[in-house]
Design a protein around this ligand. Structure first.
Ligand code: MTE
Ligand code: MO
Length: 370
């Protein structure tokens, strides 16, 4: 993050709002979900999103594990059930991935018609370096039976009563391929809000798979059931017109993210003939971004942006574009990305009733004067 930008932003908050913020420091918020917060888009300018700026999304008021008694249990279809301490985990070979974590609902507020759910706009996304151990190495110690095809995931934050627990599963093949049980984020111990002591990293897949506060893993023959598998986090098999509501069986579980770019930095005003710089990031469920393009005529023609060299599989790419305004008036600059599978960011996002994976072209307006 550019801390100066952040301070400038804080200074811009009106006095009334600042008084409210000050009150929050002494008050205990009792209602709703206090731990859903997105990053302002204009602050998502770093290759690695700083931990204290990284969006937070929790379904229920978290019940964080007690660090002294925490164990990772491995049960289900295994030959040797395990109960591992953090020290046990740390004895396994280190694994590392720099990749994007994005909430499936990021951009929900931008879908038309509008939808219920957390009204995420642009900032329920970040790119971080995650360190820990490979899921495959942990499961190898337990000896997975050949009957197992899915990995059931349990966190410590089960809510009370009839509120559905956030129980999930992912395909065992994905878990064994590149998933990590992370205890470090950007070189620091994993912060508790992001799932300490250990969370799951699922490169390329939306955030709902990235179980926080992991306490138990179970290889099983069948997928996990329950609200967060059977009803939520599903994606239409055949997309329909905006507003169409699908039955769960007309949808598949949502897995990989969709190709997307956002503009983080653009001047509000520019002068004819004076070049200005536009910046942003781009990522996808595919391992890499192969190009980012900018249009100043609503997609009739496109020009290539400069894509930054820093990258890892499923990490985002920063990009920049030098633009010289030629005409006075309001200019609209639009960005679109293309990924290594050949998919290009679409003009319109795919409609789905939960408002997942919004990835329509992103535009900004610049007022050009002579
Ligand atoms: N145990 C648990 N894990 C969870 C969640 C949760 O509510 N409980 N939320 C999920 C969702 S929907 C997202 S988008 C990511 C958000 O991770 P973050 O808060 O570290 O950004 O965590 C996922 N893992
Ligand atoms: Mo999410």
């Amino acid at each position: 993050m550019d801390r100066r930008a952040f301070l400038a932003l804080a200074a811009a908050v009106p006095l009334a709002a600042r008084t409210l913020l000050a009150a929050e420091r002494r008050m205990l918020q009792m209602n709703g979900y206090p731990l859903n917060a997105e990053t302002p888009l204009e602050l998502l300018t770093d290759y690695l999103t700083p931990n204290d700026l990284f969006f937070v999304r929790s379904h229920w008021i978290p019940r964080m594990p007690d660090m002294r008694t925490w164990r990772l249990a491995v049960g289900g279809d295994v030959n040797h059930p395990l109960s591992l301490t953090l020290a046990d985990l740390r004895k396994l070979p280190r694994a590392e991935a720099t990749c994007v974590l994005q909430c499936a609902g990021n951009g929900r507020a931008l879908h038309t018609p509008i939808l219920p759910g957390v009204q995420w706009r642009y900032g329920a996304v970040g790119n971080a370096q995650w360190r820990g151990v490979r899921v495959a190495d942990v499961l190898a110690r337990a000896g997975v039976k050949s009957s197992a095809k899915h990995l059931h995931l349990f966190g410590s934050d089960d809510p009370p009563g009839k509120v559905p627990p956030f129980h999930r599963s992912i395909e065992l093949s994905k878990a064994m391929d590149d998933c990590i049980l992370a205890f470090e984020m950007n070189g620091e111990p994993l912060p508790s809000g992001h799932g300490a002591p250990v969370r799951l990293i699922v490169p390329g897949w939306a955030g709902d798979h990235w179980m926080k506060w992991v306490v138990r893993l179970e290889p099983q023959a069948a997928p996990q059931t329950g609200f967060y598998m059977d009803t939520a986090y599903r994606w239409p098999i055949k997309p329909g017109e905006p507003g169409v509501v699908f039955k769960p069986e007309e949808m598949n579980p949502l897995t990989a993210m969709a190709v997307k770019s956002n503009i983080t930095t653009a001047p509000a005003r520019a002068k004819i003939g004076k070049p200005v710089e536009i910046r942003g990031f781009a990522f996808s469920g595919a391992p890499d971004i192969t190009g980012v393009e900018i249009s100043e005529n609503d997609g009739k023609t496109w020009a290539h942006a400069q894509v930054d060299g820093r990258h890892a599989p499923h990490a985002w790419r920063l990009w920049s574009f030098r633009w010289t305004p030629r005409r006075a008036g309001m200019a609209t600059l639009t960005a679109r990305a293309t990924d290594s599978s050949g998919a290009t960011q679409p003009r319109e996002a795919v409609w789905n009733q939960s408002g997942y994976l919004f990835n329509a072209w992103h535009s900004v307006n610049v007022e050009v004067t002579s």
